[in-house]
Design a binder for this molecule. Structure first.
Ligand SMILES: *Cc1c(COP(=O)(O)O)cnc(C)c1O
Length: 357
């Protein structure tokens, strides 16, 4: 039987499925409510009419995009690697550094791909709990001691953390980078545009630090699958040995670059969404039975009675939010910050559901 042929560590895996139900308001995947800026659509249309050279393989080194990113961040181009989403970069990082039996320290609750990717890569995770009673704060000393005791190859940190929304201080990142010099320290900053805090300034000090960024959230480009890493050259040189050639399509490279250059529009969108985050948080607090956790990202973690039933009922009413099957998060839902109109629909329906319980 085919099932018997699968690697033993993957026997319990289930395929990733995205919710495909019809909806009015989609607030379950931390996507942006804003599609491609009109100015970019026009530029793109012109380029396509002139001949986009799709008969040729894409630039395997994403030179133009990396130049743009390098100028913005003040990070040498040699330290920037582009991936098909930061998801691919997580996979490339693990395949570069984590061998059979190697350990990866990561937070729980956090982004589920860290564990899945580690196991697929043949390693195993050592989890550090972020506790609700501490506001899900990182206990960096625990990360350091687990990394040392387990001789971990890698520590993955997520800031702002998905789904809890809290940040890790630069001082803590600095501490773990210096205390664990023989461990790769990954800081996943998928949502950092919404918090204005970044570990990028630490890069010149630490060869073992690598930061992951994505176009999928603040830039509203989840559909093109594009992300990048920022690190020193030594780290990038190693991961480039594993990164698949021609991984980013020509169109994705082009769109990412054009949108990244629309600074004013992007900044306007980020400002709008952070203001909506404040609005949504304030309004959620007014609903009886709801507890919210402060967030530096474009989502809010919400604790409420019968969270899973509420998520189902919202879905029945055409509003998608993220519910959780796993026991650690079963009391919570995660709501993406949407447009004012979307947020108002969510707020109204949620208040109705909770009032009728
Ligand atoms: C969404 C997300 C990513 C992945 O984004 P890509 O679309 O693969 O770039 C990475 N990390 C976290 C924490 C995320 O929430």
């Amino acid at each position: 039987m085919i099932r018997d042929l699968i690697r033993s560590e993957l026997k319990d895996f289930v395929p990733y499925t995205a919710n495909q139900v019809p909806y009015r308001v989609k607030l379950d995947a931390n996507e942006s409510p804003f599609d491609l800026p009109m100015s970019v659509r026009k530029k793109l249309a012109d380029i396509i009419m002139e001949g986009p050279k799709l008969n040729l393989y894409p630039d395997t080194d994403s030179i133009e995009l990396r130049k743009t990113l390098s100028a913005y961040w003040g990070v040498d181009m040699e330290g920037i690697v582009v991936g098909t989403g930061s998801d691919e970069l997580i996979q490339v990082l693990i395949n570069t550094f984590v061998g059979k039996g190697d350990k990866v320290v990561c937070p729980v609750p956090s982004f589920g791909m860290y564990k899945i990717t580690t196991i697929i890569g043949g390693g195993s995770t050592v989890e550090v709990a972020l506790k609700e009673e501490n506001g899900f704060e990182y206990d960096i000393d625990e990360f350091i001691s687990k990394a040392k005791n387990e001789k971990a190859k890698m520590v993955i940190l997520c800031s702002p953390n998905n789904p809890t929304g809290n940040l890790l201080s630069l001082r803590d990142i600095e501490k773990i980078c210096s205390m664990c010099p023989n461990t790769v320290i990954v800081v996943d900053e998928a949502y950092a545009e919404f918090s204005e805090e970044s570990a990028v300034e630490l890069l010149p000090k630490f060869e073992n630090l690598i930061i992951l960024r994505t176009f999928s959230k603040a830039y509203g480009l989840a559909g093109i699958r594009c992300g990048y890493s920022l690190s020193g050259k030594a780290m990038a040189d190693e991961i480039n040995k594993v990164k698949p050639p021609f991984n980013i399509s020509s169109l994705s490279q082009l769109v990412a670059k054009l949108v990244f250059e629309e600074r004013e529009e992007i900044d306007r969108r980020i400002k709008y969404l952070t203001e909506q985050r404040t609005y949504l948080a304030e309004e959620l607090k007014k609903i009886k039975g709801v507890t919210i956790f402060p967030s530096g990202a474009n989502y809010i973690l919400v604790k409420l009675p019968d969270a899973q039933a509420v998520a189902k009922e919202l879905e029945r009413r055409g509003i998608l939010v993220r519910g959780y099957g796993d026991p650690v998060l079963s009391k919570y839902i995660r709501i993406t910050v949407g447009s004012k109109e979307q947020n108002d629909i969510l707020l109204e329906e949620l208040a109705n559901i909770l009032a009728s319980n």
